[in-house]
Design a protein around this ligand. Structure first.
Ligand SMILES: C[S@@+](CC[C@H](N)C(=O)[O-])C[C@H]1O[C@@H](n2cnc3c(N)ncnc32)[C@H](O)[C@@H]1O
Length: 243
């Protein structure tokens, strides 16, 4: 592991110690960590290490579980999932299923969707398949390609919480990256897949070369997000009215 990634992981560990101290969360994290200490993960790590050395931003980075378990511990703590009663959760673009693993270890009924295998690179396929199996999430992850102006197929089984972290399904860094119209469609559609009192959390990837100081979106998209929820840099929270 490089010095900078050790420092990043050490910082996450400090934040987890400060902010995510509930006994329920500690137990859940211990459970996920125990699953990650397995031969398939050690083998995966060896397989993808040369790829990680060449392309540290590729999915090979997920083969180092400690960092990702800590990050997703903070995510569930930020959402209050360690103190909430069991929620029905959907994680869109769940990738290697770290968020699902921690949420499920806390007792939530969490499901994930991600692009079908045919849309993944070989390293993504290898890393996601291995980790989804290790975290015992195979049964709860389904292939689903998110496309602009295409509704989600979940209106009949709504969720309490829909999350999407480090979003790429918006054609991130492509010429046709989503703008206000696409996001408006997606948010309105996702809200229709939530129960009363439900929440949608979007965590956008940065694209400063395109958006300059706004970094995550253009002004029109930012204004749309602000009109429906709260926006903190790349994080957007939209809540339905509770009845
Ligand atoms: C940067 S990764 C983030 C993974 C995970 N959410 C996290 O925070 O670590 C982006 C994920 O979105 C998925 N993805 C990209 N385009 C997608 C699409 N059109 N539909 C569904 N998933 C997509 C990728 O396969 C990948 O798992």
């Amino acid at each position: 592991m490089s010095l900078s990634s050790s420092i990043a992981t050490g910082r996450l560990a400090l934040q987890v110690r400060r902010r995510a101290a509930s006994p329920a969360l500690r137990r859940a994290v211990a459970k996920v960590e125990a699953l990650s200490h397995s031969a398939p993960v050690a083998q995966l790590r060896r397989r993808v290490e040369p790829i990680y050395q060449r392309e540290p931003a590729s999915a090979a980075k997920y083969a180092k579980p400690r960092h990702w378990i800590l990050l997703n511990t903070l995510r569930v703590a930020d959402l209050g999932l360690d103190t909430a009663s069991a929620l029905r959760v959907l994680d869109i673009g769940c990738g290697p299923a770290y968020f699902l693993a921690v949420a499920r270890a806390l007792g939530h009924e969490a499901y994930g969707v991600d692009a079908p295998d045919t849309a993944l690179t070989p390293v993504e396929r290898d890393v996601y398949t291995t980790l989804i199996n290790v975290f015992q999430c195979r049964e709860v992850v389904s292939p689903l390609l998110i496309e602009r102006f295409k509704p989600l197929p979940f209106r009949e089984q709504p969720f309490d919480l829909i999350t999407a972290y480090w979003i790429c399904f918006n054609r991130h860094r492509q010429r046709d990256e989503w703008g206000r119209q696409e996001w408006r469609f997606f948010v309105e559609d996702a809200m229709a897949c939530l129960r009363p009192g439900g929440r949608l959390i979007l965590d956008l990837n940065e694209h400063a070369e395109r958006y300059g100081q706004l970094r995550f979106y253009d002004e029109a998209t930012r204004d749309y997000f602000r009109s429906v929820g709260t926006v903190n840099q790349g994080k957007v929270l939209v809540a339905t009215a509770s009845i």
